[in-house]
Design a protein around this ligand. Structure first.
Ligand SMILES: Cc1ncc(COP(=O)(O)O)c(C=O)c1O
Length: 431
């Protein structure tokens, strides 16, 4: 069975299967812009893609507290791209799962950390498309304690096979386990397709080449004025894509990738691997069309100072912005990925403005919101805040407070809790 219940009686008939899929799940031809075909050799360019995410995602002016005077901030809301709860991972899967389907594969295997948005997105997308899915995730917690956490819970709601292995599992060890999964899947008569950690692999680079083109078409004037793009860098593919796009289009935009884990050297290696996977020579510093770039470190400016010791670790600056952004701007951030990046960006704006190319900055919001459920960096802080705000109150409190504030507007109340806690802005509504 494939594609939302369509029966394909003869699985060996690949063309029939592909035709079914094309009809049902918007597997479509990929028509890259000229600047892509000019710079990447045809054998590395995918011919098909899924059209699953809701695009274009909005670009909004972002009045985030803490942005120093002189800077102007915008946000590309890829957290709002709809499908399987949004984010950058679905854009990558549009290319890599299309490739899997094209190759007649029916069982997707991938791996990541226990908080991985990529694993959750893959599990849900496979369920949507009728593909089987096996996940390997790293964690030292007991399996039974994980099942109710944000991303894991969503994966568990599908029929994906979910396995965990210790946090210190190396890439090589994970590859070995995945190879064993593949052998077992083959033995069961299914055809596996392996996606790299975090969905990062050369074909997925096209996701944010495409997103960059989308931004240019969406607001040509703004994109000609933007001087800097900030994005979270984990398995690295999204930052690499945006860096390549900025250079291949000859734009003046400086792309900054803020590490969620690991350091700038790790990112350098990821970047190199991606360039090689796209048929480019990382040492030559030029694209096939001949357009030169000044060293791979200038394709993406990698910042690793806000990693806070490792994946999932936080610090007061990250926690503060993750609490402040939804409250003051309605834009949620998690502490593992986007909150870390925004904290790093604000710190650079304040303390090292010289690293910016200019003052018009675009933050690409890569989603990850389901990770907020079970985000242990925030749960303690949130319950403290709730204690002060008394979020659920008898309605009489409203009338009592209204009466008393009419009598004495200076009187303190639970509604002033932000002032008590030292937070500078007040909420917009009475509640
Ligand atoms: C929400 C979110 N943002 C950004 C990233 C980083 O993307 P990439 O793995 O392409 O570097 C990830 C995954 O690691 C993520 O889940």
């Amino acid at each position: 069975m494939i594609a939302n219940g369509i029966q394909t009686s003869n699985f060996d008939n690949q063309q029939e299967l592909i035709d079914d899929l094309i009809r049902m799940i918007q597997l479509e031809a990929y028509n890259p812009p000229k600047w892509v075909t000019d710079n990447i050799a045809p054998e590395f360019i995918p011919t098909t893609r899924l059209n699953i995410a809701l695009k274009p995602t909005p670009i909004q002016k972002w009045n985030l507290p803490g942005v120093p005077k002189g800077f102007e901030l915008y946000v590309k809301r890829d957290d709002l791209n709809g499908s399987v709860l949004g984010g950058n991972k679905i854009r990558k899967l549009e290319f890599s799962i299309a490739e899997a389907i094209k190759n007649g594969c029916d069982h997707i295997i991938t791996w990541g950390t226990i908080k991985s948005n990529h694993c959750r997105t893959t599990a849900l997308l496979c369920a949507q498309l009728g593909l089987k899915c096996t996940l390997l995730q790293t964690s030292d917690s007991k399996p039974e304690s994980l099942a109710t956490q944000g991303n894991v819970m969503l994966s568990m709601l599908t029929d994906a096979n979910c396995y965990i292995c210790p946090s210190e599992t190396t890439n090589a060890e994970a590859d070995e386990i995945v190879a064993k999964f593949c052998a077992a899947i083959h033995a069961d008569g299914e055809k596996p397709y392996v996606l790299g950690r975090g969905g990062t692999e050369p074909i997925a680079v096209f996701a944010y080449l495409d997103a960059f083109e989308e931004m240019r078409k969406q607001d040509e004037k703004l994109m000609s004025e933007v001087t800097d793009i900030f994005v979270t860098s984990g398995s690295g593919g999204t930052a690499v894509s945006l860096g390549l796009a900025a250079h291949m289009t000859n734009s003046n935009i400086k792309v900054h990738g803020c590490r969620a884990w690991g350091d700038n050297q790790i990112f350098g290696k990821i970047l190199e691997k991606e360039l090689v996977g796209l048929g480019m020579d990382p040492e030559e510093h030029k694209f096939p069309a001949g357009h030169k770039y000044e060293g791979k470190q200038n394709l993406v400016h990698s910042h690793d100072f806000m990693v806070c010791g490792g994946y999932g670790n936080s610090c007061p600056e990250i926690n503060e912005i993750a609490l402040k952004s939804p409250r003051t701007t309605g834009v949620p951030l998690c502490t593992v990925y986007t909150g870390k990046t925004v904290a790093a960006m604000l710190s650079l704006m304040k303390n090292k403005p010289e690293v910016f190319n200019g003052r018009k900055v675009m933050f690409v919001h890569t989603g990850g919101i389901p990770g907020l459920w079970g985000d242990t960096n925030l749960t303690g802080l949130i319950s403290e805040k709730f204690k002060k705000q008394q979020p659920i109150q008898p309605v009489e409190n409203f009338f009592n407070q209204s009466n008393s504030s009419q009598n004495n507007s200076d009187e303190d109340s639970a509604l002033n809790s932000d002032k008590e806690s030292g937070m500078e802005e007040s909420t917009n509504s009475m509640f």
